[in-house]
Design a protein around this ligand. Structure first.
Ligand code: NI
Length: 466
């Protein structure tokens, strides 16, 4: 049984596809869905799905009113492109949800008939009711020949179990079952394959187009859009301007007021604008990037490196590492490092665990220093520029590490004022490695701020930091 053969297509095939990442670090909610302006129906159903999942999750995981703490539960939703042509698009969504003690992934594939945008489901891939019944019979046969599947649970093959069907490059149908839907907790993800020769005769006209769009995907070219307009980010020309603002080394954060601004979860559509602000403000910063976003915007990583910023690893799937096996943790970190290396020829120098969730095992497996924060702007929560500015300026102390997210436009808009506000208070902006000092950072150790200086009196009048 093949457990992971529904491959994702490069999203660059859809020129106007936007990846929308949203996170709520305290509740461990992380969603990454697609919006496609030229296919409004896709945008609508993707948004609805995220909204429904987040609401259901919040309803089931309410904070403890007595302590104000959130349960250790996690929601991770990710969209993938699985089929594309001039007539068809498919978006597969996997939603990992854990209650803290155990978790599982649900799968859903949304099909769209382009040209007269319609949202379709698995049933629409098949022709008559007889064809549909025959397909289900094939699914049953394939599933029950797998010794891991409890046949009893499949006797009633409800249509709702078949809400994620895709095709592989050979035209076989791949049916993904939600974790635990075929047997309680004992088996992991199950993908059942129905052979190409069995499935091909059963397909509707749309299903035949869908199969072709999966086997040999073709890009979706928007009418009236030139290739130039398709380029992901402006700003490539800027990299030719004189490079790092940083013959500035020689900063000693034991005697200077230093702060490290950090940006997680990107790069995103606004990261170019953020880099412009940081360059104007002479503010080398640290970016903790996720693997998929590094893959999507390697040019942004190149700009970060050439403009004196530090790049850290924020894992691939943004799972909380404390709920993963050692092998999974290693894969989360290594895959992301591969993508970072591909962009800037060297792996990340730091790691930040998603949600700040870490333990001695994940710290050791990071094989770099593990970077947390002491100033949380809560920018992911309020998405309010004023509040980001306020938190960053008021809570920063010498040696602070400030947590922000460059995937939120409200945060990017706040940065120019944060830079001028902190500069007015005498701060120098540094990367995390500069903040702690190279001698102070050790692989496998975690840091939330630089060691507080012994005598901060000359920095803060009145209340001295501990
Ligand atoms: Ni994050």
């Amino acid at each position: 049984m093949d457990r992971q053969n529904t491959d994702s297509l490069p999203i660059s095939l859809v020129p106007d596809l936007e990846v929308v990442a949203q996170s709520d670090e305290h509740r461990r909610i992380y969603t990454r869905h697609f919006e496609v302006p030229s296919v409004p129906e896709a945008t609508r159903v993707q948004r609805e799905l995220v909204k429904d999942e987040v609401e259901a999750f919040k309803g089931a995981n309410v904070p403890d009113v007595s302590t104000g703490t959130f349960p250790v539960a996690e929601l991770n939703l990710r969209s993938h492109l699985t089929a594309l042509s001039g007539q068809v698009m498919a978006i597969r969504v996997n939603t990992y949800e854990s209650s803290g003690t155990g978790g599982g992934t649900r799968y859903l594939t949304q099909w769209f008939a382009l040209g007269g945008p319609r949202v379709l489901g698995t049933r629409d891939l098949f022709d008559s009711d007889d064809d549909w019944a025959e397909f289900k019979e094939f699914v049953l046969q394939a599933a029950t020949s797998d010794t891991l599947v409890l046949t009893g649970s499949l006797r009633e093959l409800d249509d709702s179990l078949l809400d994620s069907v895709n095709f592989d490059a050979q035209g076989n149908a791949l049916v993904e079952f939600d974790d635990n839907s075929l047997g309680a907790g004992t088996i992991g993800p199950v993908t059942v394959t129905v052979a190409a020769e069995q499935v091909s005769a059963l397909l509707s006209d749309f299903g035949a187009l869908a199969r072709t769009a999966s086997m040999s995907p073709s890009p979706r070219i928007q009418p009236g859009q030139s290739q130039d307009a398709v380029a992901p980010e402006a700003g490539r020309s800027r990299s030719q301007e004189p490079g790092p603002p940083s013959s500035r080394r020689g900063i000693d954060c034991r005697t200077e007021k230093c702060v490290a601004l950090t940006f997680d979860d990107g790069p995103g559509p606004k990261t170019g604008a953020l880099l412009d602000s940081l360059r104007r403000g002479d503010a080398p910063s640290t970016f903790f990037v996720t693997g998929p976003n590094a893959m999507l915007r390697p040019d942004m990583l190149q700009r970060m490196a050439s403009e004196g910023h530090e790049i850290g690893n924020h894992t691939w799937n943004h799972r909380s590492l404390t709920s993963l096996s050692s092998a999974q943790i290693r894969s989360e970190i290594d895959r992301t490092n591969d993508m970072i290396s591909r962009a800037v020829n060297q792996p990340a120098t730091l790691m930040r665990p998603p949600f700040g969730a870490h333990n001695s095992i994940s710290d050791r497996l990071a094989s770099t220093p593990v970077i947390l924060w002491d100033v949380d702007t809560l920018d992911w929560k309020h998405r309010n520029t004023e509040k980001v500015v306020d938190a960053a300026i008021k809570q920063t102390r010498p040696g602070s590490i400030v947590l922000m997210h460059d995937i939120h436009p409200s945060t990017v808009a706040a940065v120019p004022r944060i830079l001028s506000g902190l500069k007015d208070k005498g701060y120098t902006f540094v990367t995390v490695t500069e903040l702690v000092g190279p001698a102070g950072l050790e692989a496998g150790e975690s840091y939330a701020h630089a060691p507080r200086p012994a005598k901060p009196d000359n920095w803060e009048t009145g209340k001295a930091g501990r």
